[in-house]
Design a protein around this ligand. Sequence first.
Ligand SMILES: [Zn+2]
Length: 337
Amino acid sequence: MVNFWSSVFELPKHFYAKVDSLCSAFLWKNKTGSAAGARVAWKDLCRPKEEGGLGIRLLEDFEVVFRLKHIWNFFSKSGSLWVAWLKENIFWRKSYWLTNEANCFSKTINSMLQLKPTVSEFLKCEETLVQGCFAFRIRKDARVVEASRNGNWVLPAAVPAFGNSQALMVALTDIVPPAQSNGRDTFLWRNIAGNYCPSFSSKETWEQIRTHSPLVLWADVVWFKEHVPRFSFITWLALLNHLPTRDRLRRWGMNTPASCVLCSTGVETHEHLFFECSYSTGLWGLLAAKFFNNPPFNLPAAASWILLFNLPHQSKASTVLKLLFQSVIYHIWRERN
Ligand SMILES: [Zn+2]
């Protein structure tokens, strides 16, 4: 629903922040109130799974992609009523590139104009003369086709002071001049591989503008085709060290005993629960030893150990090991609670 309305209207930033907040509250509290006490910051959670998040897009950041899509529609959808209106009422005197923000423009128009630097990196028109206008005494909003006649380049004499104008003239001799009969300009958008395509991909555009985080090796151990969601979720929190263990609760100022409820001897930390505690050591050791002797007894090492089985001819063993690993973590945590 957010995607639909965002593709039609320029929505205020606080709308996206509110939707993000509602989603966070629903995830952590199972209701649409406050998300206070969330175990992972929403911004960290909104990373791709391979970067340690849950693969949710942060709407507050993703709204830039919606705005870029408006601009792509403006350039590429020449038959649209909205585009015709914009050209007739807003950009009738100057092109998008030469129009500056103004109080008389709506929020949507100013928002489109604010993104000119970003758009210039993504949008390409094969028949736009971008440089050299001044040197050749050409209007800034002139179209390339105006510089050709009957299949030949027709340019006024260059200003001698501009050293590169001659180089441009030489370069033009290798380019076939455009003709009206070739049809309209074609607009292209940069894809993730750096090539320009005649279509806009929100996903690929987002990948190019979002902030990337370091990859986490354990993502394949948590998220896989056969995963059980409640097991994966607790394992994900455990690998992030974000389960509310007693050492964390005490750091937050809560008056709770430090001892482990499973063995009553150690201090309850992530490292102790997974798997230094005598209870969890016995459980994980017994089950993991069914596959190989001497399995690792801490979470990151155990996850790396499981990844050694991530080979095509061992895919079934790898899946069973991942399920076993997650099931042990889930049931230890459940027993602890
Ligand atoms: Zn213990």
